[in-house]
Each structure stands twice: as C-alpha cells, then as structure tokens.
Design a binder for this molecule. Structure first.
Ligand code: IMP
Length: 193
C-alpha cells in the first residue's frame, strides 16, 4: 500500500482524512515520522502556503506528501481575513479574539457573504497537484453554537439553518471546504495508487 505523509500536526485534520480514506491509503502524520520542525507559512495566498508547506517537507524527506491551508474570505472586507485567518486578531490570538474582531470590522454591514476556501497541495512522485474546496455562506450577527473551532460559530453555510458550530461534525465535514478538498484529493489518489 502506498504511503502519504500529511504535513500537519493537527490531530483533528488527521482523523478527518483517515475517516474519508478508510483502508484504501496509508496516511502518516509528521508526528509518526518524528518531524517536529515548525513549517513556515509565509506566502500571501492560500495555495502558496499549502504548496510551501508540502515542498518544505518533501525537500527534506523526499516522500509523497500533502499539506493544506484554509482561509475565510468575507466580501465586505475585500476578502479578509483570507490567508491571515489564523492570526487575524494578532499573533497569539484565540479563536474567540478572531471572531470578535471579525464581527467588529463588519459592524452592521448588510452584505455578509463569505466563503471558506481550502487548498490541499500534494507532491506525488516529485510533481505538485492542487485540490480546492469552497463553501459559500454568510456571517451571522453574533456567535451561535458551541461545536467546531475557529470561525464556526459565525459561519452559516448557504441552504442551512445552523452555523457550523451548531451542526453535527459529520454534517459539517460532508459539506465543508476541507471535506470537499479532501474528497478531491482522495479521488485523485485512488486513481494513481
Ligand atoms: P488552517 O490553514 O487550516 O490552519 O486554517 C487557518 C484558520 O482558518 C484557522 O486558524 C481557523 O481560524 C480558520 N479555519 C480553518 N478551517 C476552519 C473551519 O472548518 N471552521 C472555522 N474556522 C476554520
């Protein structure tokens, strides 16, 4: 069975992808192979960061690997926080600091359209491939729900009555940006292994 390294230390993302791939592929984490370096993310685009992380690992281990990067793009903020979603409210900020800043920046703005974008960069046999997942929605007036993480309490996906933080994780994963990008990655991998 072919092995792929997922260049992340996020246990939640790892279990999510292992659920989707089942027993078809062997997905290894950075932890599994004893890689504990901080991987730089200095690009000003989501795809640039995903590629940077995947190449950084590949350059050192020369193994098939992939990495992801996600941003929340809000129309009335010209696409912010975008690639800076993780540290929108400052370097050591919490998820709730970010949500608070987002709601403050948006104020009472009527156009609350937003989308989550995930790009997964795969380096397979030395060549790069990109897989994108997008979910459109809107930003609520205030936080709703306790589940999930990040901006989930204020993201209402189009066509749903619950924010990501109010939904069952399985429902969120089946429609989410990361879920969609992951499905595209897995469909590709299954054709090449
Ligand atoms: P990352 O590139 O996956 O680390 O995501 C960057 C930032 O986007 C995270 O720190 C979160 O603030 C936000 N984010 C990513 N995915 C989600 C999600 O599924 N729900 C809510 N926020 C997310």
């Amino acid at each position: 069975m072919k092995e792929f390294v997922f260049a992340t230390n996020n246990a939640h993302k790892l279990s999510e992808i292992r659920q989707i791939t089942g027993s078809d592929l062997r997905i290894i984490s950075l932890n599994d192979i004893g890689f504990h370096e901080e991987i730089p993310e200095t690009s000003d685009t989501i795809s640039g960061n995903a590629l940077q992380k995947a190449w950084y690992f590949h350059d050192r281990y020369n193994k098939n690997c992939f990495a992801d990067d996600t941003g929340l793009e809000v129309d009335c903020l010209d696409g912010a926080p975008g690639v800076y979603s993780a540290r929108y409210a400052g370097e050591a900020c919490s998820f709730s600091d970010n949500v608070e800043k987002l709601l403050k920046e948006m104020g009472q703005t009527e156009n609350r359209k937003a989308r989550f974008v995930t790009v997964i960069a795969l380096i397979f046999e030395g060549k790069p491939y990109l897989f994108e997942g997008v979910i459109n929605g809107s930003i609520t007036a205030g936080p709703q729900g306790e589940g999930g993480f990040g901006y989930d309490p204020v993201f209402l996906p189009d066509g749903y009555q619950q924010t990501f933080a109010e939904m069952q994780a399985t429902v969120k994963n089946s429609i989410s940006h990361r879920g969609l990008a992951t499905k595209k990655l897995v469909e590709f991998l299954i054709t090449v292994i």
